[in-house]
Design a protein around this ligand. Sequence first.
Ligand code: SF4
Length: 266
Amino acid sequence: MKRAPPLDWEVVLDRLSAFYGRGDWRVPYLRDHAEDPFQVLIGTILSQRTRDENTDRASAKLFAKYPDAAGLARATPKAIEALIRETGFYRTKARHIRACAQQVLERFHGVVPPDLDTLLTLPGVGPKTANCVLVFGYGIPGVPVDTHVHRISNRIGAVRTKTPEETEAQLRERLPREYWIPINPLLVQHGQNLCRPNGPLCERCPIADICPTGVARTLGRPTPRPEDRVARGASAARQGRRRPPSARRPTRGARSSPRKSSASAP
Ligand code: SF4
């Protein structure tokens, strides 16, 4: 069987940037998106296993009161819990972010370390959080892999993996460093809009012609991930076939599933 040509990341990033109106991905990310590394660190811990809107609200409340490591290290667990309750798992998160603040203060004089291995020694910090601090706090190339980046990287054939950790390892190996910083924000935005976990909207996707999943779904062929295959009923509907009334789903009041957080992994 003829092998598909290697994925052209330049084309992927160009098209997604244009589609979502994000400007030129080649411009250094922090020129337009400068963020405080400590707040990136704490905000990313808060974002674990919750929706983005919960993270945004809790972060705003928390940083209004405790904007830096010195303030947060002195806060009581109860005071922190009250501010971040809506993010879920708030007792564990409060314990982690307070311990993080204390360690940043005591071990690193209040400055978040700009180094992956050192970041991974902090409480509650996993690969995704550590890479987020590098990319969004310091503009240092890293590969933050959340559920969106993991899922889409597999759909577009950039990797073939089962976990975000495996995806990070393969992307680090295969992806030129110049693409490391822009892929996360673009793939997350794509995952929140068209390339959703269930039922990607390939027919509206700007990279459908170079995405193996998009091409396969259009042609009714097996997709790289079995779960992305078009359901038989949906396939029939797309081809204009009518399904028996008993097989049709009610549409009144139907809602699309709520957006999942882009940040479920630590
Ligand atoms: S074509 Fe479909 S599966 Fe591929 S990136 Fe676009 S929305 Fe996702």
